[in-house]
Design a protein around this ligand. Structure first.
Ligand SMILES: [Zn+2]
Length: 540
């Protein structure tokens, strides 16, 4: 009998995004991708045909869900195949635990769940697919997990499970807890006062990838050749930031360089980059996934439903080709791609390259996925994605920024018609500015930012906000009938914000550009302008 077989590994979001360091993020996504790969390889060896994910060339991440076609004489054989495969996948994770700690082992045993479903596939592919999806959703719902609350000090990263390993000094309120725990060695890469549960510990340990601190991203726009000239500073990019050149910071991070030498190097570094490069403390996290994936995969948007299987394979291989391209688009010195696989993407961008990177990702998504799908299947809809983009200070806890970027992505997806991007700026002062825009109007942001750099002062933004915010309703919306007033006022204030007389002709273009990011929600609109102002101040 032939079956369609669908398997998913959970939880994914929490596993990846519970992170304090870049290493944790890399670790999480590498482990998940590896687990999927183990499952897929197992299935292939037993004669399965993989429908998705289709892997093309390049080192892309494997998504946590896969669909295969496989034959067995009877259902028992299918069941034992499923349970053996699940075990293989889980064993990969279990074997990452190199300690003898029973706490680590328990955390690891309990963490992942694998769900699978199968349906007989003798007639139409679409029927079998609908069935296998429905069954998987059912399997996920019917499982009940009792979470036994552990008493004691919790993990510094996830805050969910107890500490299994810690680095001194650490206080325990329940003295007994300390006895059973591992004390971290230097190679464990655990900071003073940090304590990790088994799962977070294994994540931290499981990657050798280089980037460790967020300042590695914020400093990227200044060429390595320049940074290498500084004997001490080059060893830790955080030392390029003056606020870290203090005794307390050195003690906390076990740095034994002479502080006065570091300070001298920093002065020289600042002199060397003056006028050439601007040092920023802000970076951006970009997260996106394909819009309406459920509708696409169910074949709802397909004219000829009998082509669904071919369509699944194509969509998956185009996504894989895009993932390879995404890894090329976002790499040093523009930033780093943490995860690109399936329809998901997560990357860190140096703020100098933010517009360029987003633009390029959007263009390639369209060129490599949407266009070929439309052509081959005569589709009327574009296949699009929506992105959350959060700009944050390198000292803001990574966990906080990752939470924001998830929220931001959700907001982008709620925007009518999707194909949107939600920008959030988290200033260190605590101020938050957020705007949701269609991807097409996002190009205007880049233009406005550039104009703010050269031709206009940003006064007009606060004037506009002051004048019209009072007329908005409680949701921040401004009545459409006032639009012409807004535009007249925009033109008047722009004239007064002109920095150089010769740029006079740009007023019309600027008004035009700003009108394109104008939304009914007035706060959303002015926040967009504030974000341009912020980015310009950081990079200009
Ligand atoms: Zn943890």
């Amino acid at each position: 009998m032939r079956y369609l077989f669908l398997l998913t590994i959970t939880p994914v979001q929490d596993f990846i995004s519970q992170a304090r360091k870049l290493k944790d993020l890399y670790g999480g996504s590498t482990i998940l991708s590896k687990m999927s790969e183990v499952g897929i390889e197992y299935a292939k060896k037993r004669g399965a045909t993989i429908i998705f994910p289709q892997q093309t060339e390049g080192k892309n991440s494997y998504p946590n869900r896969f669909l295969i076609e496989i034959s067995f004489d009877n259902e028992d054989k299918l069941k034992s195949f499923a349970s053996n495969m699940s075990n293989e996948i889980l064993n990969y994770f279990r074997n990452l635990n190199k300690t003898k700690s029973s706490i680590v082992q328990k955390h690891i045993e309990d963490f992942f769940q694998i769900y699978w479903s199968a349906s007989e596939y003798s007639g139409e592919y679409k029927d079998a697919f609908d069935e296998v999806e429905k069954r998987l959703a059912g399997a996920k719902n019917s499982r009940f997990f009792s979470q036994l609350g552990e008493v004691g000090r919790k993990c510094s990263i996830c805050g969910e499970r107890n500490i299994a390993i810690y680095q001194k000094p650490m206080r325990f309120y329940i003295k007994e807890q300390r006895k059973k725990l591992l004390v971290a060695k230097k190679s464990d890469n655990i900071q003073h006062g940090e304590g990790l549960c088994g799962v977070c510990y294994v994540k931290r340990k499981s990657t050798t990838k280089g980037f460790d601190s967020i300042s590695d991203i914020t400093i990227m726009n200044i060429p390595v050749e320049i940074r290498e000239r500084y004997n001490y500073l080059q060893n830790d990019n955080q030392l390029f930031y003056e606020e870290n050149l203090i005794k307390e910071y050195f003690q906390k991070n076990d740095i034994d360089y002479p502080l006065d030498e570091c300070l001298r190097e920093l002065q020289e570094f600042k002199k060397a980059i003056r006028g050439e490069y601007k040092q920023t403390s802000y970076y951006a996290i970009v997260m996106f996934d394909g819009d309406d994936m459920g509708k696409w995969l169910s074949g709802q948007k397909l004219n000829d439903k009998s082509r669904l299987k071919e369509f699944h394979k194509d969509i998956s291989s185009y996504l894989s080709i895009f993932a390879t391209e995404a890894n090329h688009i976002l790499k040093e010195p523009k930033g780093i791609t943490v995860y690109a696989g399936g329809e998901d993407f997560l990357g860190f961008v140096n703020i100098n390259n933010l517009f360029e990177v987003l633009q390029e990702l959007n263009t390639q998504f369209n060129e490599l996925i949407s266009k070929p799908l439309k052509e081959k299947y005569g589709l009327s809809d574009n296949f699009t994605f929506s992105a959350g983009v959060v700009i944050a200070h390198y000292k803001t806890p990574l966990g906080t920024v990752l939470n924001e970027v998830r929220k931001s992505e959700k907001k982008a997806k709620k925007n009518a018609g999707k194909d949107s991007v939600c920008f959030t700026v988290l200033k260190r002062s605590g101020e938050i500015r957020e705007t949701v825009l269609k991807f097409e109007s996002f190009f205007e942001l880049e233009y406005i930012t550039k104009q703010l750099n050269k031709n206009f002062s940003d006064n007009f933004i606060s004037v506009l906000e002051k004048e019209f915010l009072l007329m908005c309703d409680k949701n921040g919306e401004l009545d459409n009938s006032l639009n012409s007033m807004v535009y007249t006022e925009l033109e008047r204030t722009l004239k007064r914000s002109l920095k150089i007389e010769s740029a006079k002709d740009n007023i019309v273009l600027m008004v035009d550009s700003i009108r394109k990011i104008h939304t009914v929600n007035f706060r959303n609109f002015t926040n967009g302008l504030y974000i341009c102002r912020f980015i310009n101040k950081e990079i200009g």
